[in-house]
Design a protein around this ligand. Sequence first.
Ligand code: X5A
Ligand code: ZN
Length: 676
Amino acid sequence: MVSGTALVYDDEMTRHKLLWEDPICAIEIPERLSSCYENLKRYNLVERCLFVPVREGTEDEIMLVHSPDYLEVVKNTQKMTEEELRKTSTNYDAVFFHLTTYRCAKLAVGATLELVDAVMSGTTRNGMALVRPPGHHSQRNAANGFCVFNNVAIAAKYAQRKYGVQRILIVDWDVHHGQGIQYIFEEDPSVLYFSWHRFEHQQYWPSLRESDYDAVGQGKGAGSNINVPWNKVGMKNSDYLAVFLHVLLPMAFEFDPELVVVSAGYDSGIGDPEGQMSATPECFAHLTHFLMHLAKGKLCVVLEGGYHLRSLSESVCMTIKTLLGDPLPSLSGEMVPCLSALESMHNVRAAHKLYWKCLLYEDLTPLKDLSTKSCQLGQGEAVQTGTTLVNQQESGKTNRDEAAKTDEFLEQHMKEILSLEPPVRTVVAEGNGDSLPPSVQNEKNVDTEELKAVVRGFAADLVKEENVLNALVNMLAILEKIVKKKVTSGLVVSPEASLSSALALKHCHDLRLQKILCIFAGDMDMKIDSDDGKVLLINIGNKPSEQPNTKYNISLNWKEDAERSTFFSALLGFVLPVAYSYQPDLTVIAVGSNQTLGTTGIALLVSLLQGLAQCRILAVIQDTEAQLLEDIAKPMMGDMTPCFGTCSPALQKNIQMVKELREQLQQEWKMLRCSV
Ligand code: X5A
Ligand code: ZN
């Protein structure tokens, strides 16, 4: 298992700066880089990373993407007068050159390639490069939008050449469309490019027709370019999450990349003057966490935009904390995607239906393009809650006020979310887990009368057997550790998994936890009264359920053995949206006999559920399934799951079942929606 996180940075990249008045370029300042690094130091994250020095990208490396003529133009800026620099800058849209630009742009390329080397060689599992100038707008023959060399596109070509990487996923979460990357890989099926971007029906910069959802790639590359246009500002955590769950991740798992590179712009975060969006810093932790499940964790995050210094630097810290494996804070805000986001999601899914098996049975009626007017404020949409920060104001004074308000909001918000979070990822296991990773603590022979009394109070007649009593007491001891945040997660093997789970839920109630997400896999015999919303039960079993599904008691029953693709679509398209909508305080996973998820399925389930409930999970495993212990413990410790391979299409009837459930419950659980 490869571990560790690389951090590539050099403050020399702060030398590139704007020398004259230019209101458009004025936001791309050196402090963008230094403030990120300062904040990383403040959170003690720098010393936890493997620090990788930068180098210059070579001319050959730059020419993997750019023309010799363009390289020459940039090279010549090294010895220009200010007047000439100014003149050269005006040849491009939203670009400035400085005497050090060529040097810094070469360092930005080299830093990105050093990151690729660290990850591809297995020196670290993942990492981040903090670079300036950014790259995703630059093109073969042109600088554009503050970008000089296309760092991420060069990195992808480099990884293909040097390491023979067959499939690369580029995720561009910057708020602008990385049209440069799109142009470079448009016809290349080996690079899947995903970008979401402020678009406003083509009114927003760079106002290109080809930034819309129907630009799906060309020729052999058809289907390998995914554009999600944002036609409104104010997109929030739930909108970003919905697009990941319903658009990017199904396609990404199907694509099965060998490397993931992120064009990580944080101008899509709250307070940014360019983006005008509302996503809070922990949203980037969740986006990062999802991407860590692809390509065996090989994830290279490369800075692009981000112009609100506090928002930028907090979001960068959240990204790096997540790369390091820290527990994720819960995603805040109302979990309801807005109508405009749903419309974009519908359109992009419809545009890609022909190219992806995961969309094969989706009911994607002809593209809808509601006019801007008809999709103005739907229910919940006027409430860009939590902040009155989002407001398209033009005056400079108001912008400064808005920025200061975001500063204040973030100060408070980060304190809150980070104080809730358990400090480190720890797993404690009950009893005789011989096969467990050594980092898992062991809880043995807890012997408290208090807990025994709890057990007797629960089911006196059932606990005559010593081993059952012990298992229940140990489970309670572990549960209390999780609730008190002494550990993040716990594992229990039980001769009576149903009984153990029922007691766990009851005890959670006594400990005043408000909402418990309880996931069952395999045969479990449990009657739980969950109508009051304190428990949400999702049963992923084989047995057809006797009761009809209700908001808090849901059964997913495969018709036959589930293929991997059925499981993916159920997990991404159903379980996670419901779980994120519910926002639980704890997750209980109960595994009975005859579970059909397989070891990789269970591991993926456990791993992805760590995005909920501040990472707090209790797994209760029936003793006959004890061989699963290790597969569950590993993802709890932050080990990524084994690779899945690409998917065959799922059985239509299974997909149908998931689809029907989604339709039935999308009024109750709004994150299930992916269409208008
Ligand atoms: C990298 C980046 C934005 C350019 C905006 C020009 N560029 N109006 O965020
Ligand atoms: Zn940007």
